[in-house]
Design a protein around this ligand. Structure first.
Ligand code: AGP
Length: 609
């Protein structure tokens, strides 16, 4: 989604804003822009494409000033053009950047046109800046004019706005889209997330729904949704600052794939003892675990796939019914909630609009409690959920989720074991074995990564492919779904995933010598059934890419390309089998020459509906 940055300082803010945009670029990269407010007026540069294009404009024609706003866009209303790029202006002196969607923009646009306003862009955002301009005709106070204007907006927004004769303050606000204040010394900032400001501060204030904030060089004043001044706590950022550094890797995605042994260790830390899962990781009061009779998991995209794997674990280990649903569906349907149901959300960012809306709806449906498994401690999802289990993966920059997914799976396995234990479904020995498995997980991931060079060669075979079919059975089916999502996201190859047993009910018609069939082979009682499914493919000339451990007795042969995956306990197979699929997608994308970290049309954090 779009990202915004704002700064008010004693020094020139142009470089601060441009660096902030580079750090936010993973959120949206269709176009970008900066407006600088100085004695001469408010002037802006905008550019289509990457932030580098905007930097080139600043290089050619510098803009200097001590107050400014900036934006990186992920287009929703109107194509990625310079005219649609933010900041948007009303007159020469008032400029605004916006993340979110204004749902009543058409009505407002009509009203503003009747008042004589001319619209330059196709965006929903432009109505906000004209509304404020119109308000300023009768309300001379800039802050109050912004507050009055926001009352007319329906939908989601985080905004930052600057007015030329108001060089001593910058106004920002949030409702439905994330916004954080960065606190400096004689300078203050706002941004869509902390990463955008780590080059200038590590002190942050997280704004709440409906907050309006006035930033001056010396202070920050926050007005809550009832227009009351609020003191909010300052948090000190404690993530590894190197998250925005690719290190020795060509792409963030590869760096993040290789970080998995370390971040899975971080996810396990403090959550398991030598023989059991520590229920204290869910907070001081973990009694809720005993009361759960059902689990309802809601998430989007990759996080949804993690939820699908968890269904197998929760039903198998805890013997409890578990349903899994995408948030965009859940939020709009009538739900029947069985007694004592845990509502569990999964999200890397904790800012996904559909997941947040689902949580807000769930809070009115009589669930036992709400638990968020999330990677961002300061996120809205964490703040609004009753309970939280953090995945501790560190900032994930690549749009295609990798380490966030495997740490979600790790946290979900911890959760499934904790529920099973508290429901009396596990013997001490069973729990000991599960904990031993969890402890060995980082080493197995390390071993799986050793196939990287081999998988790179396998990926060359995909250079001219246009379609791919992924197959899995049991908990490997969601892993097949995740593998196909990863491949299509970053290589733009059309990929689909099926439970292997479904092949003969339709998709077999697609199989010919041009169709690669990628199969995650588990080593369990489904192995023989899956081998039969593979025979069905081989008989039709399909090219099989098989990921399995060596004891499955599968190997390279004509029509079969075999990739070795470490032999692990069955419960860990979905996590460990994810690694070769991540590597395959990565190398195929590199072979195809696509933009691995910032694939077309996608954004890291989907903060609009
Ligand atoms: C996965 O590679 C994608 N980035 C996407 O499917 C993502 O998982 C989805 O948008 C949900 O995001 P969240 O985990 O931050 O809620």
């Amino acid at each position: 989604m779009c990202g915004i940055v704002g700064a008010i300082a004693q020094r020139n803010v142009a470089k601060i804003l441009l660096e902030g945009l580079s750090r936010l670029e993973y959120r949206g990269y269709d176009s970008s822009g900066v407006a600088i407010n100085n004695e001469v007026g408010v002037r802006a540069h905008r550019a289509v494409g990457k932030v580098q294009a905007l930097k080139d404009k600043f290089e050619a024609t510098p803009l200097d000033g001590k107050i400014g706003i900036a934006h990186t866009r992920w287009a929703t209303h109107g194509k990625p053009t310079e005219t649609n790029a933010h900041p948007h202006f009303s007159g020469p002196d008032l400029a605004l950047v916006h993340n979110g969607i204004i749902e009543n923009h058409e009505v407002l646009r009509r009203q503003l046109k009747e008042l004589g306003y001319e619209f330059k862009s196709e965006t929903d955002t432009e109505v906000i800046v004209h509304l404020i301009h119109n308000e300023l005709k009768t309300e001379p106070d800039f802050l109050q004019a912004v507050k009055n204007s926001l009352k007319h907006l329906e939908g989601a927004f985080a905004i930052a706005v600057t007015l030329n004769d108001q060089n001593h303050r910058l106004i920002a606000a949030r409702k439905g889209s994330p916004l954080v204040v960065g606190v400096g010394i004689e300078e203050n900032f706002v941004a869509s997330d902390q990463l955008a400001l780590l080059h200038v501060t590590d002190q942050f204030i997280f704004l709440e729904e409906g907050d309006v904030v006035e930033l001056t060089r010396d202070g920050v004043t926050i007005f809550d949704s009832k227009d009351q001044v609020q003191e909010r706590p300052i948090s000190v950022f404690n993530h590894n600052i190197d998250a925005t550094d690719k290190g020795e890797f060509r792409h963030y995605m590869m760096k993040e794939i290789y970080e998995q042994p370390a971040v899975i260790s971080a996810c396990l830390e403090g959550r398991i003892s030598h023989n059991k899962v520590l229920t204290s990781c869910f907070g001081a009061n973990s009694d809720f675990l005993k009361e759960i009779d059902n689990v309802h998991i809601v998430a989007c995209g990759t996080s949804y796939h993690a939820g699908m794997v968890a269904k197998y674990w929760i039903e198998d280990l805890a013997n409890l019914p578990c349903t899994v649903e995408v948030a965009s569906e859940y939020r709009y349907r009538k739900v029947a909630v069985p007694k004592n149901t845990l509502f569990l959300t999964l999200s890397q960012s904790g800012e996904t609009a559909d997941t947040l809306a689902a949580l807000r709806k769930a809070k009115e449906q009589g669930y036992l409690t709400t638990l968020a498994i999330c990677n961002v401690p300061s996120s809205t999802l964490v703040r609004e959920s009753d309970l939280t289990l953090l995945t501790n993966a560190g900032a994930e920059i690549g749009v295609a989720s990798t380490k966030a997914f495997t740490t979600q799976l790790t946290a979900l396995l911890i959760t499934a074991i904790a529920i099973a234990d508290q429901k009396g479904q596990l013997s001490a020995e069973q729990q000991q074995n599960l904990v031993n498995s969890l402890r060995s997980l980082p080493a197995y991931i390390d071993e799986a990564l050793k196939e990287d060079e081999y998988i790179k060669q396998v990926a060359d075979r995909f250079a001219n492919k246009h379609n791919a079919l992924f197959l899995g059975r049991g908990p490997m089916f969601p892993i097949a779904l995740e593998g196909s999502l990863k491949l299509k996201e970053i290589s733009y190859i059309h990929a689909e995933a099926y439970p292997a047993g479904e092949l003969k009910h339709g998709p077999l018609a697609l199989v010919d010598e041009d169709m690669p069939i990628i199969t995650m082979v588990p080593h369990n009682n489904m192995l023989d059934k899956l081998k039969s499914n593979l025979q069905e493919v081989a008989a039709r000339g399909g090219e099989l890419y098989v990921f399995a451990d060596q004891d499955t007795e599968l190997h390279n042969e004509p029509g079969v390309i075999f990739t070795k995956v470490p032999k692990v306990d069955e419960i860990l197979e979905p996590i460990v089998h994810t690694i070769p699929l991540q590597l395959l997608s990565y190398h195929v994308a590199v072979v195809k020459g696509t933009d691995v970290d910032q694939p077309r049309n996608l954004a890291k954090s989907v903060t609009v509906e």
